[in-house]
Design a protein around this ligand. Structure first.
Ligand SMILES: *Cc1c(COP(=O)(O)O)cnc(C)c1O
Length: 372
């Protein structure tokens, strides 16, 4: 059966992991993590990059470093991975669920504006399906309202906004390298920022708050005497994972990126004239799509899903709105547009190991479904 998403790894990753295991012999955070950070800094054009062991950890530390705590509020679209909401609530801060724009499923600033209170400290834009949306307007909104911006760029590794690489500008930008993202480290994540103070806070917090531990580990020494000033976690990346990440980064531009762009383009061309479907806005060339969600407008989403499944085509739903979860108040009715769109979205298979025939078979089945 075709896969909805897939890790694309092979002998190169095996060789890189073998080098760490058999030659370096140091499996924790050390030289290879430092190398991965340097390579990411260079590729993204970022000033500071701090690697951690998941995208969720990156988001959690970013929220903490931005100074959010118990009682503070952060604006976030409800239609996103639960990771964002958990990363926020882990600090004691409150995620304030907002609507999305129907054309690209990024945060609706008009709706977000209505939810601002004296406790609002930050906004977390999600680059949904790799689209940064109107990031310029988001930063303008943040400036006017004196908010920090924490970008969830988990889908947007390697994407550009107005010709600038995501992660090379902005406030605090979080990436994920989980198994199926644009590049993987097995598991992993990173924060990119130009704020030196934020970078320092995150560097220490990923290692239990132990001051200056990162520099020591990169020199291969341990901290026996130290101080800690704030809550930290065991969120550092290991050399094993960094070795996979470095290999994937080297394969991204020539192997993974062109495939993802080409398959999404092909989907667009073949599906654009089906009147029961609404494609999301995209900026071809700027976006390296991580997922390919579309909207089914006539209430037939579940039947289409079933039909594709019966024909061995797996699909996904990105995502269940978080304001519907018990943990976040099970507030059905709070966000009517988001709830409607949740019933419409379906994500089609997208990963670099598909081929043109796979895309054709998916779109042909969709055409068959709607012609009946
Ligand atoms: C993958 C993902 C995350 C979290 O990353 P992990 O590495 O899985 O912890 C956060 N937000 C979005 C939108 C994601 O897709």
């Amino acid at each position: 059966m075709m896969r909805l998403s897939k890790s694309v790894v092979g002998q190169k990753e095996v060789a890189a992991v073998s080098r760490v295991l058999l030659e370096d012999g140091y499996l924790g955070m050390g030289r290879t993590v430092q190398e991965f950070e340097q390579a990411l800094k260079q590729y993204l054009g970022a000033e500071e990059v701090i690697c951690v062991n998941s995208g969720t950890a990156a988001l959690h530390l970013a929220v903490q470093a931005a100074g959010l705590k118990e009682g503070d509020e952060i604006l976030i679209q409800s239609l996103t991975y639960i990771s964002d909401f958990q990363a926020i609530s882990a600090t004691g801060a409150k995620p304030i669920a907002c609507e999305v724009l129907p054309e690209n499923l990024t945060i609706d600033l008009v709706d977000a504006g209505k939810r601002i209170t004296s406790r609002t400290k930050a906004i977390m834009p999600v680059h949904y399906a790799s689209n940064p949306g109107n990031l310029e307007a988001i930063y303008e909104f943040a400036k006017i309202n004196n908010l920090r911006v924490i970008e969830d760029a988990a889908h947007a590794f390697g994407c550009r906004y107005q010709e600038k690489m995501i992660g090379s500008f902005g406030d605090i930008v979080c990436f994920s390298f989980d198994g199926i993202k644009n590049i993987t480290a097995g598991e992993g994540g990173a924060v990119a920022t130009k704020d030196k103070q934020i970078a320092e806070l995150i560097k220490n917090a990923r290692l239990l708050g132990v001051e200056k531990d990162t520099e020591k580990r990169y020199r291969g020494v341990r901290s026996w005497e130290f101080d800690a000033h704030y809550q930290g976690y065991r969120y550092h990346l290991s050399n094993i994972f960094a070795a996979i990440g470095l290999t994937q980064l080297n394969r991204f531009e020539n192997e993974f990126k062109p495939k993802r762009i080409a398959f999404a383009k092909k989907y667009r061309e073949q599906l654009q004239n089906i009147r029961q479907l609404q494609l999301l806005e995209g900026e071809p060339g700027e976006i390296v799509p991580h997922i390919f969600p579309i909207r089914v407008l006539n209430g037939g989403r579940d039947q289409l899903r079933k039909f594709l499944d019966e024909n061995q085509i797996p699909t996904g739903i990105h995502y269940l709105p978080n304001h519907l979860l018990s943990l976040y108040g099970a507030q059905k009715g709070l966000l009517p547009l988001t709830e409607k769109i949740y019933e419409e979205i379906i994500s089609l298979p997208l990963h670099p190991e598909l081929n043109n025939e796979d895309i054709d078979s998916v779109t042909n089945l969709i055409k068959t479904f709607f012609s009946n």
